[in-house]
Write a protein that binds this ligand. Structure first.
Ligand code: GLC
Length: 555
């Protein structure tokens, strides 16, 4: 199953520290996110269901010292921009020391900050400054594996009888039938000369899997979580969580399960208990799997994750955008929601550090990119905006680690060759198109993509039922397969969304009489003119949407 999913991921591309928490050090710990008294963008419990997240690839967001690498002081200097965008939470890519074999998802020290990015003090300042603007901060927690440079692994590989000998998965023969994903190599086993054994790695060979059957490992990683929670982070995006446990040859459970192991769920419940030790924290699972499998990571709704990335829905959105075929998406919309425990929801996204950028998915078509933005911010779930998508940043062909670098190019702040990102040479060659796809060019333009994102996020913040409210896809009387028409309803409030996936103008006659009992408020549209929608004309409401046009009303 996992191989299939990694294949899907690859296809998508083809188209386009150790001790207990107390060790943190007296005076360093800042317990800041008690929550209720702060002026959060999204206040109160369950904030994670009502807020808009923004994913930052720290290395590419803003450089402050001219070394061509984005850093935490640079990110802090851009917080005003993020506040104006209206987002309520940040998710940061891993910020730890790393040999960069997997772009930072190979962590060499969980309790330190990569010197390229700054210091622990910079991180604390980032949390404080973000919180002062009402923005919460999620860290990326990479639990399944460490870097082969991590002190734990160095010790483990040193002999068969050192105290951490059993912290990783060692074997005399490469005998687990799991295989890594395509881009991670052809064998999940790597011979280690020092130890005289093979170690197991689900991802790159520089990312040895930790042995979670060892209670010391299980406890050490919970302490890592406590360390960062103590620094004020508001939660974690937890990396590749379905890979934590696998069956070892010779164990009683030996069924050769490589992912989605039942023991993983038991362990995740202990992670949730740690989160519960701190007020108003939340968690986001990264699970590669079909909806049913992913939903299992919510547990009973209270004991595993709060949110989970919906890979299924992302693929469906991508397909619908690429092929102008909303029928690929419509069935998924109800499907992804139908089976969730109360209080949980998916996180919806269009692109990420693992996926091509929206502009790439839409064939660099600005109208489709606008449609995608409306989709992202009106669908159910917690939306995550990937840095730069809000100005239509494109993919770069440059590559340092692997093909996924395509969507990790420096943030286009200005039209200058250095993008306003650095005074030095960017660590990854910029993506083309920043003359217009940049913040400076769009900031003051009310018709820009950036302005649309700001309006959509403001709408989302105002109508905060949009995260959790159900979706109802309507079947319009007009015969077309290019229209996606849906409503989002809660507590007597309704949002009506009409999206055209047509390349030409799409004239529509819609029977909306069951919905419209008072005149509707037009919230957003791509059109110069949209006729008022009233009880009088709702039975045969006529509107024409332009190519990839949209209209959004509240009722
Ligand atoms: C997750 C990350 C991906 C990384 C992998 C291994 O899927 O999103 O970037 O390569 O885990 O850590």
């Amino acid at each position: 199953m996992r191989l299939v999913l990694v294949l899907v991921m690859a296809l998508a591309w083809a188209c386009s520290g150790g001790g207990p928490a107390q060790d943190a050090g007296a005076g360093e710990v800042t317990e800041v996110a008690g929550g209720d008294t702060r002026d959060w963008v999204t206040p109160g419990p369950d904030w994670q269901r009502r807020t808009v997240f923004y994913q930052v690839w720290v290395r590419s967001f803003q450089d402050s010292n001219g070394d061509g690498i984005g850093d935490l002081p640079g990110l802090i200097s851009r917080l005003d921009y993020l506040e104006a965008l209206g987002i309520g939470a940040l998710w940061l890519s891993p910020i730890h020391p790393t040999p960069y074999a997997d772009s930072g998802y190979d962590v060499a020290d969980y309790r330190a900050v990569n010197p390229d990015y700054g210091t622990l003090e910079d991180f604390q300042r980032l949390v404080e400054e973000a919180h002062a603007r009402g923005i919460r901060v999620f860290a990326d927690l990479v639990m399944n594996h460490t870097s082969d440079q991590h002190a734990w692994f160095q010790e483990s590989r040193s002999s068969k009888d050192n105290p951490r000998a059993d912290w990783y998965l060692w074997a005399d023969q490469p005998n687990l039938p799991c295989t890594p994903g395509l881009q991670f190599g052809d064998s999940a086993w790597k011979w280690d000369e020092g130890r005289g054994q093979y170690y197991f790695h689900q991802f790159y060979e520089g990312q040895p899997d930790l042995n979670y059957r060892n209670p010391e490992v299980a406890a050490a990683m919970l302490d890592v979580a406590r360390f960062w929670l103590g620094k004020g982070v508001d939660g974690f995006r937890v990396d590749a969580i379905y890979t934590l446990f696998e069956d070892l040859p010779g164990t009683p459970e030996d069924q050769f399960i490589c992912g989605h192991h039942p023991l993983t769920h038991a362990y995740l419940k202990t992670l949730r208990q740690v989160l519960e030790e701190y007020p108003q924290r939340a968690s986001l699972a990264e699970v590669w799997g079909p909806t049913g499998t992913t939903a299992a990571y919510f547990g009973d709704g209270q004991d595993e994750f709060h949110l989970a990335l919906s890979m299924d829905q992302e693929l469906a959105i991508q397909g619908a955008l690429m092929l102008d075929a909303p029928s690929l998406l419509a069935p998924k919309l109800t499907d992804t929601l139908g089976r969730l425990p109360e209080g949980t929801q998916y996180a919806t996204f269009l692109s990420s550090h693992d996926w091509p950028r929206v502009m790439h998915q839409t064939g660099n078509d600005p109208a489709r990119a606008r449609l995608a933005a409306v989709l992202l911010l009106t669908l159910p779930g917690t939306p995550i905006v990937y840095y730069g998508d809000e100005v239509g940043a494109t993919n770069t062909t440059a590559q340092v680690v692997d093909k996924r670098d395509g969507s990790r190019a420096p943030m286009p702040w200005t039209a200058a060759p250095d993008l306003g990102f650095t005074t030095g040479t960017p660590w990854l060659a910029p993506a083309p198109g920043n003359e217009t796809a940049c913040v400076a060019a769009q900031d003051q333009d009310p018709d820009s993509l950036l302005a649309l994102y700001r309006r959509l996020i403001a709408l989302r913040n105002r109508l905060d039922f949009l995260g959790s409210a159900p979706i109802r896809v309507l079947r319009p009387a007009t015969s077309t397969d290019k229209l996606l028409l849906f409503v989002r309803e809660a507590q007597g409030r309704t949002l009506l969304v009409a999206l055209s996936f047509a390349k030409q103008a799409l004239p529509l006659t819609l029977d909306l009489s069951a919905l419209v009992s008072v005149a509707a408020t037009l919230e957003l549209t791509s059109e110069a003119e949209v006729p008022a929608l009233t009880p009088q004309n709702a039975a045969a409401y006529q509107v024409t949407l332009g190519p990839h046009g949209y209209a959004v009303w509240s009722l």
